[in-house]
Design a protein around this ligand. Structure first.
Ligand code: 5GP
Length: 164
């Protein structure tokens, strides 16, 4: 369907505050926020500030090639973070959305067995997600427009249009 869930930067600001409040109320104090690039980077930055966590790591995962079109499985792109850095740490995985949940599962599985504790926070979680995140701001089954991916493309001086 053409119906979209639209997240503005204003709403994003509120969502992050509310998500952080939920995590704090739950008593979870992560040592590391592990963001899933690229969308999860926005989420991780906001949560890390709000939760006073100064340690952000990043993993690059490639899965979606277009709206609703994916590779067969998500893959972690090099450089993959060193799991040793996470041993005995409480980790909070941060992403924009759990849709199929495959991306989060990949990163979650990477942490399990290595870290002291791992939980996940997302702005949106869809019904079909095979991972149930501990912290979810909103549930939806629409395609979501994120503020960082709906702006008109940047055009380089030589006319090259920089759209994904
Ligand atoms: P999953 O592995 O859970 O299917 O998808 C995870 C990633 O796919 C998200 O981090 C996001 O980058 C992208 N994605 C999945 N669903 C949507 C959506 O509804 N809108 C947008 N903009 N990206 C999505």
């Amino acid at each position: 369907s053409a119906v979209r869930e639209n997240l503005t930067y204003d709403l994003f600001g509120r969502a992050i505050r509310e998500l952080a409040q939920t995590i704090a109320d739950d008593g979870y104090e992560p040592d590391i926020v592990l963001s899933i690039a690229r969308g999860g980077v926005f989420v991780a930055g906001g949560l890390a500030y709000a939760l006073d966590c100064k340690n952000i790591h990043l993993v690059n995962v490639e899965f979606y090639t277009g709206i609703g079109t994916t590779l067969e499985m998500p893959v972690m792109l090099a450089p993959v973070p060193n799991a040793i850095d996470f041993s005995d740490k409480k980790v909070l995985i941060a992403d924009d959305v759990a849709d199929t949940g495959k991306t989060l599962k990949l990163v979650h599985d990477f942490c399990v067995g290595t870290v002291a504790e791992v939980r996940s926070a997302v702005i949106y979680e869809k019904t079909q997600s095979l991972v149930k995140c501990e912290y979810v701001w909103k549930r939806t089954d629409q395609w979501i427009n994120f503020p960082w991916s709906v702006e008109p493309p940047v055009v380089r001086r030589d006319g090259q249009v920089l759209d994904a």
